[in-house]
Write a protein that binds this ligand. Structure first.
Ligand code: ADP
Length: 323
């Protein structure tokens, strides 16, 4: 109930709406709609009085034309402000797309050059120098991930986010993700347990993107555990679908923010306070990948106790051989 009231109050917060859309207050859609409503009510009342007082039909027609003209003018303002917002949105997407593409190549080159340097001259470097190079590589890899996430967001917004389909073993992908996050977990004193089922049928999905989803779940679990935690990963095959779950005993998500967790750029209040690193893009992208693969994504979380993130994918629909 409180949430509904807050939403209604937000809808009437015209200044906030205008700021969010980047238009002047009088151009905010709700102002224009209210104005249109006022004009319609006034016009109907005026016409009622005009017709009651037996004014000539010419006056009646003239007043109706005047009302229609006013409504058209307000309507054109509404269309113009919507067009402005849509244009700005398109420009923003293009800007992100161009800059991300431009950044991606040099950033990837930096990692290649470092790899080459280490393979050719690694023996000449002392431990301190190697550690510095490792820090540079890690930071650079983080930027590459951010650039890739931004490119994915633009692709999603423009409807160009295409998934491939291939036969894949989800258990193997989970194992790869655990292997890649092993050191990070260990350095944060976190134990990762994988409950492996006896048999999980292969599915047909985009392997690289599935890895992105699982990696997002696992790296978030590591990131949002304060200290000395444990993560439990399980894969299950039941009722013609496979289900992956990543459970942690981390900071959890406040109940009041559960509804908006998969929104673009969303970061919960407690997460933003505790962990400054984060963009709020991972779960948005993960949801798009799972939705587009015909699956479901959801979570359960209690603040200060922990979270469990899940996704499921159909087996039969994807792969007719897995009966
Ligand atoms: P990021 O982690 O980069 O901020 P995500 O999109 O992956 O972005 O996650 C969005 C938000 O969801 C996080 O900022 C955090 O508030 C919350 N969240 C996700 N996973 C967890 C988790 N395992 N424990 C607690 N909060 C989480």
């Amino acid at each position: 109930m409180r949430r509904i009231i807050r939403r209604i109050v937000d809808d009437f917060n015209i200044k906030k709406q205008a700021n969010e859309l980047g238009v002047k207050v009088w151009q905010a859609p709700s102002v224009l709609f209210i104005l249109m409503g006022v004009v319609i009510v006034t016009a109907m009342t005026a016409i009622y009085f005009i017709s009651r007082n037996n004014y000539s039909p010419e006056i009646l027609i003239f007043s109706e034309i005047a009302v229609v003209a006013v409504l058209f003018t307000i309507g054109s303002f509404i269309i113009k402000s919507i067009e402005e917002v849509a244009r700005a949105n398109k420009m923003k997407s293009e800007f992100i797309s161009i800059t991300s593409h431009q950044l991606k190549t040099p950033l990837t080159e930096v990692n290649w050059e470092i790899e080459f340097l280490l393979s050719q001259h690694g023996k000449l470097l002392n431990q301190e120098q190697k550690d510095i190079i490792k820090t540079i590589t890690n930071s650079n890899t983080k930027i590459i991930k951010l650039v890739n996430d931004l490119l994915d967001v633009v692709r999603i917004e423009q409807g160009r986010f295409i998934l491939t389909e291939e036969k894949m073993d989800i258990v193997k992908v989970v194992e790869e993700v655990i292997e890649e996050n092993k050191f990070l977990a260990k350095s944060s004193n976190i134990e990762i347990k994988f409950i492996k089922p006896d048999f999980v049928p292969e599915i047909i999905a985009d392997r690289r993107r599935m890895k992105v989803v699982i990696d997002n779940f696992v790296s978030n679990a590591i990131k949002y555990i304060k200290s000395k935690g444990h993560i439990e990963i399980s894969v299950d095959a039941k009722n013609d679908e496979i289900m992956v779950c990543v459970k942690d005993n981390g900071i959890g998500i406040p109940r009041s923010q559960h509804d908006i967790i998969f929104q673009k750029f969303f970061r919960s209040d407690n997460a933003a306070k505790y962990q400054t690193e984060g963009t709020g893009l991972g779960l948005y992208i993960a949801k798009n990948i799972i939705d587009q693969s015909g699956g479901k994504i959801w979570f359960k979380s209690v603040e200060e106790e922990g979270s469990a993130f899940y996704f499921s994918l159909p087996i039969k629909r994807n792969n007719p051989n897995n009966k």
